[in-house]
Design a protein around this ligand. Sequence first.
Ligand code: TMP
Length: 219
Amino acid sequence: MAGKFIVIEGLEGSGKSSAIKQVAKTLRKYGIYKFIITRDPGGTPLSEKLRILIKKGIDNEAITDYAELLMFYTARIQLLENVIRPALLRNIWVIGDRYDLSSQTYQGCGRKLDKMLLHILKNTVLKNFQPDLTLYLDVSPIIGLSRILKKRKLDRVELESLDFFNRVRSCYKLIAAKDHRIITIDANQELRNVHDRIFFYLKRWLIDQGMKKCDGIPG
Ligand code: TMP
């Protein structure tokens, strides 16, 4: 069976990292041990360098919205062609911390960039390669950003206005409502409940994919 690509999406502070651990745990319960975890932007030497530039900027140079967009796509195509596709072809599953939906929402709605350009990039650069399943963790920007602020300072993107994050969130919700491969999970609630929901939806999806629970596997 070919590998599958499962993506976790959501605003900052939505709990993507712990959700990824829960996804990994659930995959193991269903006998899937061959998987890798990727992050977008990141995951190849070039993409990791771009990640630092995007998040921190350089020498106080203003990064234009289109330069940022193209950096995300440069990072993504390297990740897709050098890591994600080769893994899937070798029957290795991929759990992605973000993918193209982040550009559709952050750049398309947050930065209000040309939707047609985004469409062309998605279709031409990524050849419309899509995740098999996306779990969108829906959190209010105020809750999400306050979770981050308890741990560390905000980075270049996280310093955007609340309006920006509200636009991104609305866009996530709108796209998720129209696409049956995107499952929305309320991430405003306690972590334990979020994990329960992830397990519930992912289990259902895995069963639909023909996977069977491996009893006796701890955790
Ligand atoms: P994160 O992986 O720690 O969430 O950091 C990635 C940041 O970059 C986050 O603020 C969301 C933003 N981002 C975009 O604006 N567009 C994109 O396409 C991606 C992948 C991330």
